[in-house]
Ligand binder design. Structure first.
Ligand code: GDP
Ligand code: MG
Length: 168
Protein backbone atom coordinates (compact mmCIF):
# COMPACT_ATOMS: atom_id res chain seq x y z
CA UNK A 1 0.00 0.00 0.00
CA UNK A 2 1.17 3.48 -0.82
CA UNK A 3 1.19 5.76 2.16
CA UNK A 4 -0.81 8.92 1.82
CA UNK A 5 0.57 12.00 3.56
CA UNK A 6 -1.48 15.17 3.82
CA UNK A 7 -0.26 18.56 4.89
CA UNK A 8 -2.98 20.50 6.69
CA UNK A 9 -2.59 24.10 7.81
CA UNK A 10 -4.60 25.45 10.72
CA UNK A 11 -5.18 29.19 10.34
CA UNK A 12 -7.13 31.93 12.06
CA UNK A 13 -6.62 34.86 14.41
CA UNK A 14 -4.43 34.54 17.48
CA UNK A 15 -5.87 32.76 20.54
CA UNK A 16 -8.71 30.94 18.76
CA UNK A 17 -7.14 27.64 19.77
CA UNK A 18 -5.09 26.54 16.76
CA UNK A 19 -2.05 25.29 18.65
CA UNK A 20 -4.29 23.67 21.25
CA UNK A 21 -6.23 21.88 18.51
CA UNK A 22 -3.08 20.44 16.98
CA UNK A 23 -1.79 19.39 20.40
CA UNK A 24 -5.12 17.82 21.28
CA UNK A 25 -5.37 15.89 18.05
CA UNK A 26 -1.77 14.72 17.82
CA UNK A 27 -0.83 14.31 21.48
CA UNK A 28 -4.20 13.94 23.17
CA UNK A 29 -3.55 16.72 25.64
CA UNK A 30 -5.04 20.10 26.53
CA UNK A 31 -3.23 22.71 28.61
CA UNK A 32 -4.41 26.14 29.59
CA UNK A 33 -1.16 27.82 28.72
CA UNK A 34 0.21 26.06 25.74
CA UNK A 35 3.73 27.26 24.99
CA UNK A 36 4.87 26.66 21.49
CA UNK A 37 7.75 24.27 21.18
CA UNK A 38 10.52 26.16 19.47
CA UNK A 39 11.70 24.50 16.29
CA UNK A 40 8.65 22.32 15.76
CA UNK A 41 6.69 23.34 12.69
CA UNK A 42 4.14 20.57 12.70
CA UNK A 43 2.84 17.56 14.58
CA UNK A 44 1.56 14.43 12.95
CA UNK A 45 -0.94 11.68 13.49
CA UNK A 46 -1.73 8.58 11.55
CA UNK A 47 -5.30 7.48 10.92
CA UNK A 48 -7.05 4.93 8.77
CA UNK A 49 -9.70 6.06 6.31
CA UNK A 50 -11.40 3.55 3.99
CA UNK A 51 -8.62 1.02 4.68
CA UNK A 52 -5.97 3.53 3.70
CA UNK A 53 -3.27 4.72 6.05
CA UNK A 54 -3.21 8.48 6.14
CA UNK A 55 -0.40 10.46 7.70
CA UNK A 56 -1.71 13.88 8.66
CA UNK A 57 0.88 16.60 9.16
CA UNK A 58 -0.70 19.48 11.01
CA UNK A 59 1.09 22.76 10.58
CA UNK A 60 0.81 25.48 13.16
CA UNK A 61 1.36 29.13 12.37
CA UNK A 62 3.52 29.49 15.46
CA UNK A 63 1.84 32.56 16.92
CA UNK A 64 3.09 34.77 14.10
CA UNK A 65 -0.34 35.30 12.63
CA UNK A 66 0.34 38.94 11.85
CA UNK A 67 3.53 38.38 9.88
CA UNK A 68 2.52 37.51 6.34
CA UNK A 69 6.00 36.74 5.06
CA UNK A 70 6.60 34.14 7.74
CA UNK A 71 3.25 32.40 7.55
CA UNK A 72 3.28 32.17 3.75
CA UNK A 73 6.07 29.62 3.93
CA UNK A 74 3.86 27.47 6.14
CA UNK A 75 1.10 27.30 3.53
CA UNK A 76 3.32 25.97 0.76
CA UNK A 77 2.25 22.52 -0.37
CA UNK A 78 -0.79 22.39 1.87
CA UNK A 79 -3.55 20.02 0.74
CA UNK A 80 -6.04 20.88 3.45
CA UNK A 81 -6.91 23.84 5.61
CA UNK A 82 -8.78 24.48 8.84
CA UNK A 83 -10.18 28.02 9.05
CA UNK A 84 -10.67 28.53 12.77
CA UNK A 85 -12.48 31.13 14.82
CA UNK A 86 -13.53 31.38 18.45
CA UNK A 87 -17.04 31.41 19.90
CA UNK A 88 -16.05 34.32 22.14
CA UNK A 89 -14.07 36.44 19.64
CA UNK A 90 -16.12 38.37 17.11
CA UNK A 91 -13.09 39.63 15.18
CA UNK A 92 -11.88 36.10 14.64
CA UNK A 93 -15.20 35.21 12.99
CA UNK A 94 -15.09 38.27 10.76
CA UNK A 95 -11.54 37.41 9.68
CA UNK A 96 -12.43 33.97 8.28
CA UNK A 97 -12.85 35.10 4.67
CA UNK A 98 -9.56 36.97 4.80
CA UNK A 99 -7.78 33.84 6.03
CA UNK A 100 -9.38 31.83 3.26
CA UNK A 101 -8.11 34.27 0.65
CA UNK A 102 -4.63 34.36 2.17
CA UNK A 103 -4.30 30.61 1.93
CA UNK A 104 -5.81 30.46 -1.54
CA UNK A 105 -3.42 33.13 -2.76
CA UNK A 106 -0.54 30.84 -1.85
CA UNK A 107 -1.81 27.38 -2.68
CA UNK A 108 -4.94 27.80 -4.82
CA UNK A 109 -8.11 25.88 -4.11
CA UNK A 110 -7.66 23.14 -1.55
CA UNK A 111 -10.04 21.36 0.80
CA UNK A 112 -11.08 23.63 3.60
CA UNK A 113 -13.34 23.49 6.59
CA UNK A 114 -14.63 26.19 8.94
CA UNK A 115 -14.29 25.47 12.65
CA UNK A 116 -15.94 27.36 15.48
CA UNK A 117 -13.85 26.47 18.51
CA UNK A 118 -14.48 26.99 22.24
CA UNK A 119 -18.06 25.82 21.98
CA UNK A 120 -17.83 25.05 25.72
CA UNK A 121 -18.06 28.84 26.18
CA UNK A 122 -21.40 29.01 24.35
CA UNK A 123 -23.02 31.03 27.15
CA UNK A 124 -20.67 33.89 26.27
CA UNK A 125 -21.00 33.50 22.50
CA UNK A 126 -20.59 36.62 20.35
CA UNK A 127 -21.42 34.84 17.10
CA UNK A 128 -24.94 33.61 16.40
CA UNK A 129 -25.39 30.07 15.08
CA UNK A 130 -27.25 31.38 12.03
CA UNK A 131 -24.42 33.76 11.11
CA UNK A 132 -21.81 31.03 11.25
CA UNK A 133 -23.98 28.68 9.22
CA UNK A 134 -24.68 31.42 6.67
CA UNK A 135 -20.97 32.07 6.23
CA UNK A 136 -20.24 28.38 5.70
CA UNK A 137 -23.03 28.20 3.15
CA UNK A 138 -21.80 31.29 1.33
CA UNK A 139 -18.25 29.95 1.15
CA UNK A 140 -19.60 26.44 0.41
CA UNK A 141 -17.57 24.86 3.18
CA UNK A 142 -18.33 22.22 5.77
CA UNK A 143 -18.78 23.71 9.23
CA UNK A 144 -17.87 22.14 12.59
CA UNK A 145 -18.27 23.35 16.14
CA UNK A 146 -15.51 22.12 18.41
CA UNK A 147 -14.29 22.30 21.95
CA UNK A 148 -10.63 21.49 22.03
CA UNK A 149 -10.87 21.77 25.79
CA UNK A 150 -13.55 19.11 26.11
CA UNK A 151 -12.42 17.16 23.06
CA UNK A 152 -15.64 17.65 21.12
CA UNK A 153 -15.58 17.14 17.34
CA UNK A 154 -11.83 17.57 16.90
CA UNK A 155 -11.29 14.12 15.37
CA UNK A 156 -14.22 14.70 13.02
CA UNK A 157 -12.62 17.80 11.49
CA UNK A 158 -9.45 16.00 10.46
CA UNK A 159 -11.27 12.85 9.41
CA UNK A 160 -13.44 14.93 7.11
CA UNK A 161 -10.42 16.59 5.47
CA UNK A 162 -8.76 13.19 5.03
CA UNK A 163 -11.86 11.69 3.44
CA UNK A 164 -12.20 14.63 1.08
CA UNK A 165 -8.58 14.27 0.07
CA UNK A 166 -8.65 10.58 -0.76
CA UNK A 167 -11.94 10.96 -2.67
CA UNK A 168 -10.15 13.14 -5.23
P1 GDP B 1 -3.78 30.00 19.01
O1 GDP B 1 -3.18 31.35 19.23
O2 GDP B 1 -4.86 30.05 17.99
O3 GDP B 1 -2.75 28.95 18.73
O4 GDP B 1 -4.52 29.60 20.38
P2 GDP B 1 -4.00 28.67 21.57
O5 GDP B 1 -4.06 27.24 21.18
O6 GDP B 1 -2.72 29.18 22.08
O7 GDP B 1 -5.17 28.89 22.64
C1 GDP B 1 -5.44 30.15 23.20
C2 GDP B 1 -6.13 29.96 24.55
O8 GDP B 1 -7.42 29.39 24.35
C3 GDP B 1 -5.37 29.00 25.47
O9 GDP B 1 -5.45 29.50 26.79
C4 GDP B 1 -6.14 27.71 25.34
O10 GDP B 1 -6.04 26.91 26.49
C5 GDP B 1 -7.56 28.21 25.13
N1 GDP B 1 -8.43 27.27 24.40
C6 GDP B 1 -8.15 26.57 23.27
N2 GDP B 1 -9.18 25.82 22.90
C7 GDP B 1 -10.16 26.02 23.80
C8 GDP B 1 -11.50 25.51 23.95
O11 GDP B 1 -12.02 24.70 23.18
N3 GDP B 1 -12.22 25.99 25.01
C9 GDP B 1 -11.70 26.89 25.91
N4 GDP B 1 -12.48 27.27 26.92
N5 GDP B 1 -10.45 27.37 25.80
C10 GDP B 1 -9.69 26.95 24.76
MG1 MG C 1 -0.70 29.20 18.45
Amino acid sequence: DMEVAIKVVVVGNGAVGKSSMIQRYCKGIFTKDYKKTIGVDFLERQIEVNNEDIRLMLWDTAGQEEFDAITKAYYRGAQGCVLAFSTVDRDSFEAIETWKKKVENEVGEINMVIVQNKIDLIDDAVVQDEEAEALAKKLRLRFYRTSVKENVNVDEVFRYLSEKYIQE
